[in-house]
Ligand binder design. Sequence first.
Ligand code: NAD
Length: 563
Amino acid sequence: MTPYLAEVGQVEYLATISGERTCRGWQQEGIYRLLCNVLSPEVAEDPDEFIVYGGGRAVRDRIALDMLLKILRDLRDDETVLVQSGKPVAVFRTHPLAPRVLMSTAMMVPQWSDWGTFRALEQKGLTMYGQSTAASWSYIGAQGILQNTFETLWDAASRWFEGSLQGRLVLTSGLGGMGCAQPLAVEMNGGVALVVEPDAEKVMKRLQTRHVQVATDDVDEACRMVREAVKLRLSRTVALIGNAGEVYPQLAAKGLCPDIVTDQTSAHDLLNGYLPAGMTVDEARQLRVADPVEYTRRAEATLVRHVRAMLDFQSMGAVVFEYGNHLRAQAVQAGVAEAEHIPSFITLFARERLAQGATPLRWIALSADPEDIFTVDDWLANEFPHDDRLMTWLRWARERVHFQGLPARSAWLTAEQRTSLVEVLSEWVRRGTLTAPVAVTRDHFAGATMASPHRETEALPDGSDAIADWPVLNGLLLASMGATLVSIQQGGGVGIGYSMHTGTVVVLDGDATRQVLAQQALHAELELGILRYADAGEPGAKERARSLASSPDVWLRRSDSHG
Ligand code: NAD
């Protein structure tokens, strides 16, 4: 074991020490544990390269990691560490109620903000790509995306298929860190999934973790299996070893007509995340290094075939959508202008709920004790028994989510549910009902936390899709309200130049003043999310905003002018 892995192996250590601290206070300790957690081998896709998921790093390099761990151990209760793209750059004397960690990741002056420039700077060791929750140390493994995908498919079922995916076929591709959630989420919604993935090793791994039920490399066999399951209305998930650029057109030619078609390849990064057709994974790896320009050209040609087949499925009547990976923009750039007709999952499904203040929240047991999470699950089940969606998710989560690293739970909660939960968590930490403090965090995917014109802010009524002031305001607000960690980032989900977003962590440590601040901060960001969409003229959000305490008259008058 290298010294680095020994350090990161703290998660195991945490499981045994339970309540004991390594740092001076629980605020620092909570963040310290989250950093160890995202880089632990159970959570990170490639801990040796500090890659947590989707190519996103938690820290710049080994030296930065060692420094950060040491700084966090020594950090006083009135100090704040500044992290510049995964590298600590300064510790300032602030005050006890200030954040303990402030971060800025992958930020570039807009004119220079493209992959080419970014990669050149990254190679010089000057920056890092942080995806979303990788850089803000709040990734909890596959559960976060599983929960979001469950919600997306639940919405699709409610809107088009009488509330269930039984007897419905979902075609998708990519079984990576995020993509592996898709077949399981289809299963949770009662449907049939066919997932195309070229990397046989990944397929085997997903079979072992029960993300997918069966695998084949034979297109005809795959078709037979899914057709049979659809006919018998069985829930079945099939991985097909192949390349989407080859297999999607073949399936269309064979007359297979799925009900839903999407994709979860890392299309946002053609060089590192998307496999050209006609190559094995090893051949692709070699070409990527030997001739990146040729690699990108081939990847782009494959993506064109992949997206054209999706458009064919769309004209056959399938519900086709992009699942937040920048696929359409890449296709448009490669000359498939009609790719613009593919909607995003945000406008189709999530926007309406986000505009009402419903957001994905996650809470992480710093004790490393799963019982802390189960206790909260039980409370939610008792408190909101009539919320079918939440109950279905919690039931499946309890049965099928294998905690990776620190036990955690993610759930989409309404504004009211979120407020009650944070109150209960605070109270239970204070009273000792939970074994140790809890970190509350979230995906970057919400109203004011993300500006991303091909995802969260696509097609806003007032055309403010590319306005990125909101996530910056969100970060500033959270910092001023004393969140434990605040992180401003760019490029998550869709790649460099295409998104700006904010991450946060609040450590609920039982301290009365901190608790009040934490509750206020989490509530404020929820309100800001509603205000952002209301300001853009989203009808549901405008109604909701009128009931918010923070909504000033001046602002409402302006927003009304959008009609
Ligand atoms: P990943 O890199 O771990 O996995 C991508 C998978 O796609 C790999 O297994 C790869 O082998 C496979 N793949 C590559 N080219 C392929 C091809 N031509 N045909 C079929 N499969 C191919 O990435 P990930 O973490 O799973 O994320 C996937 C994408 O989703 C990324 O673009 C990411 O930014 C985006 N994302 C979306 C959301 C969301 O909310 N929907 C959230 C986070 C990330």
